[in-house]
Design a binder for this molecule. Structure first.
Ligand SMILES: Nc1ncnc2c1ncn2[C@@H]1O[C@H](COP(=O)(O)OP(=O)(O)OP(=O)(O)O)[C@@H](O)[C@H]1O
Length: 254
């Protein structure tokens, strides 16, 4: 088991945001966290990454509490890609992906770091933009670069916060292809998303958060109109296509 969370509680000041979260993740799992705006998805990822410190409960990676790791050691196990709006710097693509190697070599990247960076760039199909400045890229291209940086970090657990937000259909699929490549090479990926049809198509396991608690945890086949209705307050129709669910919002429940 790569991740084990037990009885996690977290509050911003006095506002309880995560309530009694229990969660285990295995090697090679793709887990999607869904839930309405403000249900605590980003906060949970930030707690797992030890960016926010839990008030109560434990978070263990590889059987050790995350608070016992130095930031550098934890970065060899967990890679975290925040929401696009939280990212802002002025480097080219190669340099950005190379930053993923910081946990190994500090500021002084060695030849091996550069080779790993080049491998990741070509494996994930970013060669053509390798020397473009990040700020000159579209949102979709930037997201790909940040996933590449997480891949270069060679962490076993990758946390992605809404990587497909604001992306067109092609970029959404490309991001999922990148995620699937990481999962098929044995990485565990936890990703937050809002597009439930996309989630149903790509996830092994879907965790629904409702007001800071886990409301359900199961395969895409367990996603039901009743659950979505209860968590989002919206009536939906579910259609099946090639064994996957398509979720159509119908009306807001009153
Ligand atoms: N830095 C902060 N200080 C105080 N409250 C915060 C902070 N960040 C988030 N919150 C609050 O915590 C709750 C959970 O926020 P969080 O960002 O984890 O939700 P989310 O499920 O990721 O939402 P979204 O889908 O909109 O990204 C919200 O009520 C939010 O207002």
């Amino acid at each position: 088991m790569i991740l084990k969370i037990e009885a996690l509680n977290f509050a911003y000041n006095k506002k309880k945001v995560l309530k009694n979260i229990n969660l285990e993740a295995e090697k090679g799992e793709l887990i999607t966290l869904i839930g309405p705006n403000g249900s605590g998805k980003s906060t949970l990822l930030k707690c797992i990454n030890n960016y926010l410190k839990a008030d109560q409960g434990t978070i263990k990676v590889k059987n050790q509490q995350i608070r016992n790791f130095s930031q550098k050691e934890l970065a060899k196990i967990i890679a975290y890609v925040p929401q696009a709006s939280e990212i802002n710097f002025n480097l080219d693509v190669f340099e950005t992906v190379l930053m993923g190697r910081k946990a190994y070599s500090g500021w002084k990247a060695n030849q091996q770091d550069k080779e790993i960076t080049a491998e990741v760039i070509s494996k994930l199909g970013l060669e053509e933009i390798a020397f473009k400045n990040i700020n000159e890229l579209s949102g979709g291209q930037q997201q790909k670069v940040f996933i590449a940086r997480a891949a270069a970090q060679a962490a076993e657990l990758i946390l992605l916060d809404e990587p497909t937000n604001n992306l067109d259909l092609k970029h959404q699929l490309e991001i999922f292809e990148m995620i699937e490549k990481e999962v098929s090479s044995g990485k565990t990926v936890i990703v937050t998303m809002h597009d439930l049809s996309l989630v149903s198509r790509f996830s092994d396991r879907i965790i629904m958060l409702k007001e800071g608690s886990i409301y359900s945890d199961g395969t895409a086949s367990t996603l039901s109109a009743a659950k979505i209705n209860s968590v989002y307050g919206v009536e939906v129709s579910l259609k099946e296509h090639n064994g996957k669910k398509i979720i159509i919002p119908e009306k807001i429940c009153v």
